[in-house]
Write a protein that binds this ligand. Structure first.
Ligand SMILES: *[C@@H]1O[C@H](CO)[C@@H](O)[C@H](O)[C@H]1NC(C)=O
Length: 266
């Protein structure tokens, strides 16, 4: 009897010991996976409430991807509040003089933030580097844009034809467009040269007349669109032609991060 009980106690002890070791192992593994940022989730936690993020491939010709909920609502509002007091009429590059001039082609207003301007911007720029795999140092300062009813940017390329602009950083490689507000109607980002059936997008029926002239993305607060101005072979991609459709109802706030092929010194 006594022998049986002590054997039973031994088994119980061994059981607890094993359970403890097992828990210890799970705990250690848990800690390891928490500190590991190579699992595809963004490294930076960011400011504000994070909601589910996913990536959508919109097109391979040109290469266009949507990062849903890339920014939190709080981040969007923060960027708008930084920019609002400094908005000025947008310009385009004059092909003769290389200087910025006002134009009917681009009727928004805008301003530039400094790279790493504050902790929230630094964190966002870190996240952009994580998602695009282009180093922070290759990025220009964020541009913030505001489009009111009727304002637009006609289809254009982000790469430069003027060597004046490629001295620092080289050619523009890719662009991340971030929507800082919802737009009730219009204001789509349109890719008129995309090699794809434009009407295959699920939001086709909600697009404006302008939006239906290409492969279009409807602006949604927090979403970001990444597109590449250069192909993997290093050539400029003429299919990357894109524009901002006129806003029909509401207004549109967006922010642009241009990324160069080399370090962009600020
Ligand atoms: C384009 O896509 C739409 C919606 O999926 C489809 O109805 C239409 O037939 C397609 N057009 C062509 C030319 O493939």
């Amino acid at each position: 009897m006594a022998k049986g009980r002590s054997r039973g106690q031994k088994w119980t002890q061994a059981f607890f010991m094993l359970s403890f070791l097992l828990l210890l192992m799970l705990f250690t593994l848990g800690i390891l996976s928490l500190s590991n940022s190579t699992d595809g989730s963004p490294r930076s936690e960011g400011f504000g409430e994070r909601v589910e993020q996913w990536t959508e491939t919109l097109s391979w010709e040109p290469r266009v991807f949507i990062y849903h909920n890339f920014l939190s609502k709080e981040e969007c509002e923060h960027i708008v509040s930084l920019a609002k007091p400094h908005m000025r009429k947008s310009t385009v590059v004059d092909s003769k003089t290389g200087r910025g001039i006002e134009s009917r082609v681009r009727t928004s207003s805008g301003m530039f933030l400094h790279r790493g301007q504050d902790i929230i911007i630094r964190d966002l720029e870190r996240r952009i580097a994580d998602f695009t795999l282009i180093p922070v140092e290759h990025g220009e300062g964020l541009q913030v844009l505001h489009y009111e009813v009727g304002q637009k940017y006609e289809p254009h390329f982000d790469f430069f034809h003027n060597e004046l602009y490629t001295k620092n950083g080289g050619q523009r490689l890719a662009t991340l467009l971030m929507y800082l507000s919802d737009v009730e109607e219009g204001g789509e980002t349109v890719f008129p040269a995309a090699n794809q059936n434009f009407s295959s997008v699920p939001w086709w029926d909600e697009l404006s007349e302008c939006g239906k002239k290409g492969l279009s993305v409807k602006p949604k607060m927090g979403d970001a669109v990444l597109f590449w101005s250069m192909s993997p072979n290093g050539k400029l991609d003429p299919l990357s032609l894109h524009g901002s459709c006129p806003v029909i109802r509401g207004d549109k706030w967006s922010s642009t991060k241009w990324m160069r092929i080399e370090e962009f010194k600020v």
